[in-house]
Design a protein around this ligand. Structure first.
Ligand SMILES: Nc1ncnc2c1ncn2[C@@H]1O[C@H](COP(=O)(O)OP(=O)(O)OP(=O)(O)O)[C@@H](O)[C@H]1O
Ligand SMILES: [Mg+2]
Length: 340
């Protein structure tokens, strides 16, 4: 388990003091894929670089499986670092070395014998699906392939923790998808913990178990993916979510609502099983309310249906109120839209 307490990082630049991380607390469980999202300058890279002490914290502790990294001697820190792999946005491969040479490099540093390190590197290259490229140089590879090499290299010393700083930000959507699938497969097969930093909510949605939203060096919201998507609290979180899931009402509906002055307008959000329940026909049958569907979409988050529906309810006011109560009792998130 990773436990970060009261972590602070202040830089002293020529232009003045920069408070990059401000008293941050976080726990990440073993085997989790934990996402960290935030706008540019929020402190994401600073935070992830402190997790392997590439960056020294100003104050606070970083405890990994019971050991406080900030207390380690330089020799013990070197050993601890070998169990923390890292992948980067720009891959950071050695251009003069082949794929095999790049993947074997950390093993060379760790003093592993040649025969053994080549066998291990080959095994990892196979794991990331690049066996036919082992003798190629980075310049001969696509971005997605380069990142696969980066991943294989990060796994060379059998890490317990893999840190990923915008590892898919330079990739096209197709390569992003396949690299994320590879990370999920590695987590499942090797049972390691992944901390993944991104500014793209789509990445979080696809593979993370939990997410924290970082703003100005602090976590402003955190939770499971479904919780955060279904019940975001902070404006910034909502903004990130709306980049992958459309919450805004289309212009034509806003016009219709304003012009036609219909009944009560409600938005229902639902997650999982609820997508199968016949609650709209229940409304019509039991509450004598007409439900006109104005807008809806269903998406999927990691195989769980997730959707939103905008209904115009028409009927007697008391019936409408009762029907809204009924929907709320169904464990759906119901919002009355009085301002569109
Ligand atoms: N070496 C440094 N010296 C001074 N200030 C720094 C240094 N590194 C980062 N900062 C500042 O710390 C803050 C956080 O930077 P950081 O790189 O962690 O942000 P980020 O969330 O990773 O942003 P991005 O999404 O653009 O990568 C920024 O204001 C940045 O300018
Ligand atoms: Mg960064």
């Amino acid at each position: 388990m990773i436990k970060i307490e009261n972590l602070t990082k202040h830089y002293h630049a020529a232009q003045g003091k920069v408070e990059a991380i401000n008293g941050l607390n976080l726990e990440v469980d073993d085997g989790e894929i934990f996402g960290m999202i935030g706008p540019s300058g929020a402190g994401k890279s600073t935070l992830i670089r402190m997790l392997n002490l590439l960056e020294q914290p100003t104050s606070g502790t970083i405890n990994i499986n019971g050991t406080d990294l900030t207390e380690l001697s330089s020799q013990n820190l070197r050993a601890a670092r070998q169990k923390i792999g890292m992948i980067f946005q720009h891959f950071n491969l050695l251009s003069s070395r082949t794929v095999l040479g790049n993947v074997a490099f950390p093993l060379e540093i760790a003093g592993v014998a040649k025969k053994e390190r080549i066998a291990k590197a080959k095994e990892l290259i196979e794991l990331v699906g690049l066996s036919d490229r082992a003798d190629h140089y980075p310049a001969q590879l696509s971005g997605g392939q380069k990142q696969r090499v980066g991943i294989a290299r990060a796994l060379a010393n059998d890490p317990d923790l893999l840190l990923s700083d915008e590892a898919t930000s330079s990739l096209d959507p197709e390569s992003t998808k396949s690299v994320l699938e590879l990370l999920a497969k590695i987590r499942d097969e090797m049972n390691l913990t992944i901390i993944l930093i991104t500014h793209e909510m789509g990445v979080i949605k696809d593979i993370c178990d939990r997410v924290a939203v970082l703003e100005a060096g602090q976590i402003i919201e955190e939770g499971s993916i479904l919780d955060i998507f279904a019940r975001p609290k902070q404006t910034l979180t909502k903004k990130f979510i709306s980049s992958v899931i459309d919450f805004d009402l289309p212009e034509r509906i806003i016009k219709y609502v304003k012009a036609e002055r219909p009944g009560e307008l409600i938005r229902i959000s639902f997650v999982g099983e609820k997508t199968h329940d016949p609650y709209i026909s229940d409304l019509v049958k039991h509450y004598s309310v007409d439900a006109n569907i104005l807008y809806g979409n269903i998406d999927e988050i990691q195989g769980v249906p997730f959707g939103t529906l905008v209904l115009d309810l028409e009927g007697q006011l008391t019936n409408i109120e009762e029907s809204i109560n009924y929907l709320q009792s169904q464990d759906l998130r119901v919002e009355v839209l009085d301002n569109v």
